[in-house]
Design a protein around this ligand. Sequence first.
Ligand code: NAD
Ligand code: MG
Length: 339
Amino acid sequence: MAKMYYEKDCDLSWLKGKKIAIIGYGSQGHAHALNLKDSGCDVCVGLREGSKSWPAAEKAGLAVKTVPAAAQWADIVMILINDEVQAEVYNRDIAPYMTEGKALAFAHGFNIRYQQIVPPAGVDVFMAAPKGPGHTVRSTYVAGKGVPCLVAVEQDATGHAYQIALAYIAGIGGARAGVMETTFHDETETDLFGEQTVLCGGVVDLMRCGFEVLVEAGYEPENAYFECIHEMKLIIDLINKGGVAAMNFSISDTAEFGEYVSGPRVIPHEETKARMRAVLSDIQDGTFAGKWIAENKNGRTFFNSKRAQLKKHQMEIVGGELRRNMIWGGDSDLDTASN
Ligand code: NAD
Ligand code: MG
């Protein structure tokens, strides 16, 4: 069983007198910075000179410095820029200031797990990783709640890394929802596995196959979109609320019977699990990480062509059309199909 912590286990006073730099002001960065500030912490945001986020962060009442200035100023440096640029920014702008007794923090373990960032021995290295998007980290905090978080300590140089990490998580509101202890190793590997096999890779390909089969059989694409893609959210919401039983309670018995009869026909368990194990093995031995690092060094040709290809897929075009005309419409900020 994973060890859990709650508010009573976290003591915000471990952050007293400590200066915290939040590097990056994206999804997670803005939420961590604002929540910590509202929790009474001494925060500044570290950004590139000329960054569009600079005036936004200042307008929100936050102090802003360049990345090296923020790293030099701070006792705790939380890195919340894109994972694939972290190593470069760390080595150039942060590493020179990681003096003994400071702490380096992350919200995802990739760069530590795959040794893209190798912090000096004298600093604490911890993870405070909300299990939700940054905008939810902010909105739940404002509502007096929080998003559950993972805590991990890779390096405990001061002997207080856990207390500091838990205090940090309390400061961003996560302790209100619960904190699960893990390691950089497990967080990175399970995160990559989940997104590749089930959440992003698995779900997108499952929906795409369903959509294509119906359209190729002559059914209307709009119909195929509703059945195989739009309804996914309704089903997931039910599972999220009360498990598979809650979904089965809400759907018809015909649908439930079909689930038992046809689910294993499209997802042959043993074969699918064997393929998932192969993906896991590539994650564990660094093959996937190596590919992703190389892809970024080589200008992302594969990545960009896949993204462009998907944008042109009929399911994306039909979905965009439908969402534009529906009152339940999509979030236009997120609707890349309509741009
Ligand atoms: P994001 O893309 O929303 O924001 C990244 C920010 O970094 C942007 O403001 C960008 O301008 C800035 N940036 C990019 N390159 C930079 C550079 N070279 N120098 C300075 N700033 C630069 O990213 P995010 O989703 O907030 O992710 C941040 C971290 O949080 C990652 O480690 C990610 O794995 C982790 N995380 C994200 C989520 C999530 O749901 N978004 C959840 C948990 C953990
Ligand atoms: Mg994840």
